[in-house]
Design a protein around this ligand. Structure first.
Ligand code: NAD
Length: 253
């Protein structure tokens, strides 16, 4: 098992990439705090982990709030005495919109969750990891940080910001033996996908349009990212820090 006895927190773990990652981390031996703004969704993922024989705790948390991030980290340390992995994965998408038509409130919410939410996770998790002199902080960025699509200006800017945040934190944490790594998925088959496509529900036209932009000829499944997150969180990735790992079937080439 790649994460035996590790303690992990995964945000946005009620759905999609976060849920798949929490499940696989638990399968690989980690005890997992399953955090989501949607309390029922977090509970459902935690129950799936426990049903499969793993250890999990569900917590409701809005990552854009400092107190919620602090509560996650405090709970991990209080329950299991340490924190090995914090996966700052929660994020919100953007409906494709011309820049002049975007409400300021849309920009503010995307930045609050996708950027400030990651920074707040880092603020509390890295304090513990630096003291422990071990730990891995993972961030879900996006290929939008590298190769954005038209109409997604706020989202692309938010993901670009966390790629640079990752590099800055990686340098700061390297002397403590703590690693910080970003993951950049291409379009992934989760509930968020329809919004990126500008649709109420994913349909054949949307899929064909998106698949045509991925050289390997398919989109990600959440499990593609879960496997990447487990690898990056494990000692197999001991020399990887500050990187933005593209999981994109060649989209960013
Ligand atoms: N699906 C894609 O095509 C795609 C591609 C690249 C990157 N991403 C990124 O992957 C991450 C996960 O998204 P997903 O595709 O699994 O989507 P998803 O909609 O399946 O899951 C997102 C989860 O985050 C939760 N969430 C939203 N706001 C939150 C907040 N403020 N605090 C805590 N939880 C919150 C939601 O309740 C939901 O359970 C996001 O950061 C997203 O930007 C997704």
């Amino acid at each position: 098992m790649k994460l035996e006895n590790r303690v992990a927190i995964v945000t946005g773990a009620g759905s999609g990439i976060g849920a798949a990652s929490a499940l696989l981390m638990a399968q690989e031996g980690a005890k997992v705090i399953v955090a989501d703004i949607d309390a029922a969704a977090a509970k459902a993922t935690a129950e799936r982990i426990e049903k499969a024989g793993g250890a999990a705790l569900a917590m409701a948390a809005d990552v854009s709030r400092g107190a919620d991030n602090k509560a996650l980290v405090d709970r991990a340390v209080a329950t299991w005495s340490r924190l090995d992995v914090f996966f700052a994965n929660a994020g919100v998408p953007q409906w494709p919109t011309a820049v002049e038509e975007i409400d300021e409130a849309v920009f503010d919410r995307i930045m609050a969750v996708n950027v400030k939410g990651v920074w707040l996770g880092a603020k509390y998790a890295l304090a513990v990891m630096k003291q422990q002199k071990r730990g891995v902080f993972l961030v879900t960025a996006s290929t939008a940080a590298i190769r954005p699509r038209p109409g997604g200006s706020c989202y692309a800017a938010s993901k670009g910001a966390v790629v640079t945040l990752t590099k800055s934190l990686a340098l700061e944490c390297a002397p403590y033996g703590v690693r910080v790594v970003a993951i950049a998925p291409v379009a992934t088959e989760t509930p968020m996908l329809a919004t990126f496509m500008g649709k109420k529900a994913v349909d054949d036209e949307g899929m064909a349009r998106y698949v045509a932009t991925v050289p390997l000829g398919r989109l990600n499944q959440p499990e593609d990212l879960a496997r990447t997150a487990v690898f990056l969180a494990s000692d197999d990735a001991a020399m990887i820090t500050g990187s933005c790992v593209e999981v994109d079937g060649g989209r960013c080439i």
